[in-house]
Design a protein around this ligand. Sequence first.
Ligand SMILES: C[S@@+](CC[C@H](N)C(=O)[O-])C[C@H]1O[C@@H](n2cnc3c(N)ncnc32)[C@H](O)[C@@H]1O
Length: 334
Amino acid sequence: MSSTRIVTQLAPQRSTQYSNLARDLAEAEVLASPIGPGLQNVSLRSIAGQDYLQFDLPGPVTDEAVRLLASMAMLGGVFELFDAIGDVAGPLLRPVQTTRAAFISPDMAATRRYKGKTNEAFTHFLCNMAKYASDFHSADWSTLDVVDPLCGGGTTLFTALSLGADVAGLDVDRTDIESTASFITQYCRENRIALATKEERLRKLGARRWLFQIGRDDVRRCMLALGDAGRTRELLAGFGRPHLIVTDLPYGIQHSGPLHGLLADCLPGWAELLLSGGAIAFSWDSTRFDRQEMMALVGKVADLEVVDRPPYDRLAHRVDRVIKRRDVLVARRR
Ligand SMILES: C[S@@+](CC[C@H](N)C(=O)[O-])C[C@H]1O[C@@H](n2cnc3c(N)ncnc32)[C@H](O)[C@@H]1O
């Protein structure tokens, strides 16, 4: 059966900085996905001055391939590419109809702007990479539970919620957590989304947390806790063991010591929390804390297995003038 040549736009981004991000990561995202192993001739190319990712699908475009391509964080529109049709010289692009199913609008992750926010398309990429590396690579997002133990203003939670997952997160920063709890309430009210909220104090931990039930007939859980990531399991007790842990580690750290300390404190607990076959994906500033050092640290944690086969070994990219190199590490729970 003859293959189908596809080109996809790179995901539109707000600034040049982020369009570079899509150019750096689109190929890896497609290759890591369940359709990745069947693809041939994957490469970036320019058509009439626009960047596209090009590849050959084995056989015709299936519904499954379309569904997957539409769910990629770093891709935009999908087209079949023809060198020529009859006498008409190409390149000629035929649009492929795609729809991205969402439990809640991706706007929920996009609308908030604050210092220290992780780009929402990059966060979606982290969610996808964790899913692809896990035993749940082909599961529907609505069957998955996602935890971000350093959730800040909630970008991972809102991204995973939009994809359809149940989510839970915590952060040690009171302002971050309280403003995120208020944002959820306000967003749901403004968008007429049914919301039930329960606020509680975990007396033994001296911690506060919120349990949100979002939606009316189709309901998702969102748990939010204020506390230290070293106590993730206790703080999120009752949520259940997640399929995926997705997080963006703190920046602005001048040397690797504090990050080492945070990970040494937290990783064993996070690994224990993950379901067997689940995966963790996290990003960090690798300018001073390189990949080898990170792989050694994660590799020491019982039950975690670093995924370093291509394309997971080439996820380093530039962010801006401050973060010259950010990397992504994915590990599986045995
Ligand atoms: C890069 S930020 C995450 C930003 C988040 N993804 C967002 O878009 O809002 C890292 C977060 O880790 C939190 N953090 C650092 N150390 C922590 C700890 N020990 N326990 C819990 N949170 C911690 C910081 O407060 C910060 O919000």
